[in-house]
Design a protein around this ligand. Structure first.
Ligand SMILES: O=C(O)CCC(=O)C(=O)O
Length: 255
């Protein structure tokens, strides 16, 4: 499914834009559920994982709607994940981040989980699902192409423009697969409307999950999952129980 040029883009630039991957029906369904959850969770939204000034967040979404159980199994995204992480990988977390209107919500450049590639290679890969158009004004994600190959982290609190940086814009429904070792960060939303993104984040099989799914996803949800979904959440993997539960502690969330 991924063409050679798409694979090359992912290898060399560190990200791949998949326009209209969601389709109108899925986009509408995800948006509706996200808004329901924001209304239901109110000020607590995102608190299980993290809250961020200038942005609203949701966390632990596999547990919070059947639509998300489908999202994590999107074949094209899984294929891109396998290209970056190798055949053996699992879901690390599923969150939403909505940059507030007129917010001072630019993020410093970072690699997700502060992760550096190790002797086996890359171990974190994210996908940014645009639930609104991403524009130059509303907080599109800033990326530093090629930085995943440098094997170092950006300097702390780095908001300054960098040589070669790209602002990744696109229409709602676009999904950007991103080698999460690549330096990136959301830019500020200078418009009057929120900019919503869903982050479907995966990690290599031997690494801990950012959100330990076995502890966080309720039994009734776990029971209805397909074998493929169970495997992707590492629900039946003793090694994952060891590494993810130890690092995420009682809450199930590794901050
Ligand atoms: O929402 C975005 O544009 C990127 C967010 C991000 O990189 C993060 O929250 O770690």
């Amino acid at each position: 499914m991924l063409s050679d040029s798409e694979k090359r883009q992912l290898d060399e630039q560190g990200y791949l834009v998949l326009p209209d991957l969601m389709g109108p029906a899925l986009l509408a369904e995800v948006r509706a559920r996200v808004e329901e959850l924001f209304a239901k969770e109110g000020e607590k939204a995102g608190a299980e994982f993290k809250q961020e000034p200038g942005a609203r967040r949701l966390a632990n979404l596999v547990d919070k709607g059947e639509v998300f159980e489908r999202v994590i199994l999107t074949p094209r995204v899984l294929e891109a994940m396998a290209h970056v992480l190798g055949k053996e990988f699992k879901l690390s977390s599923l969150n939403v981040r909505a940059a507030n209107p007129h917010g001072d919500c630019a993020q410093p450049l970072h690699a997700d989980s502060g992760a550096l590639a190790d002797e086996r290679g890359y171990w974190v890969c994210n996908s940014v699902w645009m639930l609104d158009d991403f524009t130059e004004e509303n907080g599109a994600t800033r990326m530093i192409p090629g930085s995943h190959r440098w094997r170092r982290l950006p300097p702390p609190d780095c908001y300054d423009p960098q040589p070669g940086e790209q602002l990744v814009t696109g229409k709602a429904g676009t999904v950007v697969v991103m080698n999460a070792h690549m330096w990136h960060g959301a830019s500020a939303n200078r418009t009057g409307r929120p900019r919503r993104a869903m982050h479907v984040y995966y990690t290599r099989w031997d690494k801990p999950q950012q959100q330990y799914q076995k502890a966080l996803v309720r039994e009734e949800v776990q029971r209805r999952l397909s074998p493929e979904a169970r495997r992707l959440l590492a629900l039946d993997d003793a090694a994952n129980d060891e590494v993810s539960s130890r690092l995420s502690g009682m809450s199930g969330f590794m901050k």
